[in-house]
Design a protein around this ligand. Structure first.
Ligand SMILES: *Cc1c(COP(=O)(O)O)cnc(C)c1O
Length: 381
C-alpha cells in the first residue's frame, strides 16, 4: 500500500545550515534541539543526518524523545532532557549517561538517591527561574540547592546551569527579557560566591542566540534555525540589517510531497467542497490531493494555503477535509493524475521557497511542523 504523502529531508541543505551556525556562533558549543519529533522532521531520520554534519549534542523535552534519539545516535553523542521525566526514567537516564534538567528539590532528591542506588553519578543541569514561570528554581531556593550540591558531589555531576527566555524573538518582550538577564546573572554570582560552579552555562534558544550575544556563555540550544527557519520575522530582519544581507542564509531542509489523486472540472456559479466557503466565478479545474487535516495539513489553511504543482503556485480552494484538499489548477496547463504536489518545499526553477505552510506567521511554522504526523515516512535525500 502506498502512503498518500512522503516527507523528504535534504542533507546538503542541512550541512549548509550547520556550516552557517558554526561560523556565525564561532567557538560555542551547539546543542541541536530535537523535541517535538525534531520539529516534525522525524527524530530517527534527522539525528543521524545531523551527526553526519558533525553534531554531537541533542536536547529533547522528555524521556520518550530521549529514547528515540538514544536508539539512533552515536554512543559518543550527548543527550539532554530539558523537561519531563518520571522516577523510572531517571534511573534509565543515569544508567545511560543521559543528562537531565533539575528544577525541583524533589527531582534533585530522586537523582541523588537513584545515583546512590546505581553507584553511578547523575549528570544534571540546574535550571533557574528568571521570569518565564514554567520551570526553574526560585532565587530563595538557591542557598539550599547549593548545600545539596556540595553535600552530594559524589553522586552528582553539576554539568550545567541554565535558563530559558520568555519570547526573545519579539522586541515587545524587551523589558521582560532584560529582567531575566539580570536575575540569571545574579544567580550565577551566588553560585560563584559559594565556590561551586557548573562545567557549562547555557541560556540561549535560537532567537536569544541571534539577539543576545552577551548571554551566549558556553553552549547554545538551537532548535528552529537548524531546520532552516527563523524564530520570527523580527529576528530575520535584525540579522539581515546587521549583516547587510539580502536573504536568509538558512535553507529549509524539509519537503513534503503528495500527488494528484484525481481532477475535476467545475462550472461557473457552484460552491466547492463542504459548505459555502468558495464559489466558482468561472469554469475551474481542480486537482484533488489525498492529504488533509488528519495528515497534519491544518484546517486553518482552508482557502488560504498554497501548494506547488509543475513549479507553479496553486491555491487551496474550499475547506481542508480530513483526508484531502482541492487545489485550483485552472491556470496550470497539462496537470495529470499522479503529478507531484509539493505541500512544503521548493520546486522547479521558480523562486518559490516554501509552499502552503508559507510565510503566514512564523509561530505557525513551529506549530504546523511539529504537527506533521509520526506515521508519514521520512526519507533522507
Ligand atoms: C524549544 C527550546 C529551545 C529551542 O528553541 P528554538 O526557538 O527552536 O531555538 C531551547 N531551549 C529550551 C528550553 C526549549 O524548550
Amino acid at each position: 500500500m502506498k502512503a498518500s504523502s512522503v516527507i523528504k529531508l535534504n542533507q546538503t541543505a542541512l550541512q549548509s545550515n550547520w556550516d552557517f551556525l558554526r561560523s556565525y556562533f564561532k567557538g560555542k558549543q551547539i546543542s541541536a534541539v530535537v523535541k517535538g519529533n525534531a520539529y516534525g522532521h522525524g527524530i530517527t531520520t534527522y539525528v543521524p543526518m545531523a551527526e553526519a554534519c558533525g553534531v554531537n549534542h541533542f536536547s529533547v523535552f522528555n524521556a520518550g524523545e530521549a529514547y528515540e534519539v538514544y536508539k539512533v545516535a552515536s554512543p559518543d553523542s550527548t543527550i539532554m532532557i530539558m523537561g519531563s521525566l518520571d522516577n523510572d526514567d531517571i534511573e534509565w537516564a543515569i544508567q545511560n549517561n543521559i543528562e537531565f534538567y533539575v528544577f525541583t528539590m524533589e527531582r534533585l532528591a530522586t537523582a541523588i538517591h537513584t545515583a546512590e542506588k546505581l553507584d553511578k553519578k547523575a549528570i544534571i543541569h540546574i535550571e533557574i527561574e528568571t521570569g518565564m514561570y514554567r520551570t526553574g528554581f526560585e532565587h530563595e531556593e538557591i542557598p539550599e540547592l547549593i548545600a545539596h550540591l556540595k553535600n552530594n558531589s559524589e553522586k552528582l555531576v553539576f554539568k550545567g546551569l541554565c535558563m530559558h527566555f520568555a519570547g526573545a524573538e519579539s522586541i515587545a518582550n524587551y523589558v521582560r527579557i532584560k529582567k531575566q538577564k539580570i536575575i540569571f546573572k545574579k544567580a550565577l554570582k551566588t553560585f560563584k560566591e559559594a565556590g561551586i560552579l557548573p562545567e557549562i552555562v547555557h541560556t540561549c534558544c535560537s532567537a536569544a542566540a541571534v539577539r543576545l550575544p552577551d548571554m551566549h556563555y558556553d553552549m547554545l540550544r538551537i532548535g528552529i534555525m537548524q531546520y532552516g527557519f527563523w524564530s520570527g520575522p523580527e529576528v530575520l530582519i535584525e540579522y539581515l540589517n546587521k549583516h547587510k544581507a539580502e536573504q536568509s542564509p538558512l535553507k529549509r531542509i524539509i519537503s513534503w510531497e503528495s500527488s494528484i489523486m484525481s481532477l475535476k472540472e467545475v462550472p461557473p456559479g457552484e460552491y466547492i467542497g463542504y459548505g459555502a466557503t468558495f464559489f466558482s466565478q468561472q469554469t475551474m479545474h481542480l486537482g484533488i490531493v489525498p492529504v488533509g487535516y488528519a495528515h497534519g495539513f491544518s484546517r486553518s489553511l482552508s482557502n488560504t494555503g498554497i501548494v506547488l504543482i509543475n513549479g507553479k503556485r496553486a491555491p487551496v480552494v474550499g475547506m481542508v477535509n480530513m483526508n484531502c484538499i482541492a487545489i485550483d489548477v485552472t491556470h496550470i496547463p497539462n496537470v495529470k493524475p499522479k503529478d507531484t504536489v509539493l505541500l512544503i518545499g521548493t520546486q522547479g526553477e521558480h523562486e518559490v521557497s516554501v509552499a502552503s505552510f508559507g510565510e503566514m506567521s512564523n509561530q505557525l511554522n513551529y506549530e504546523l511542523l511539529t504537527r506533521l504526523p509520526l506515521d508519514i515516512e521520512r526519507k533522507r535525500i
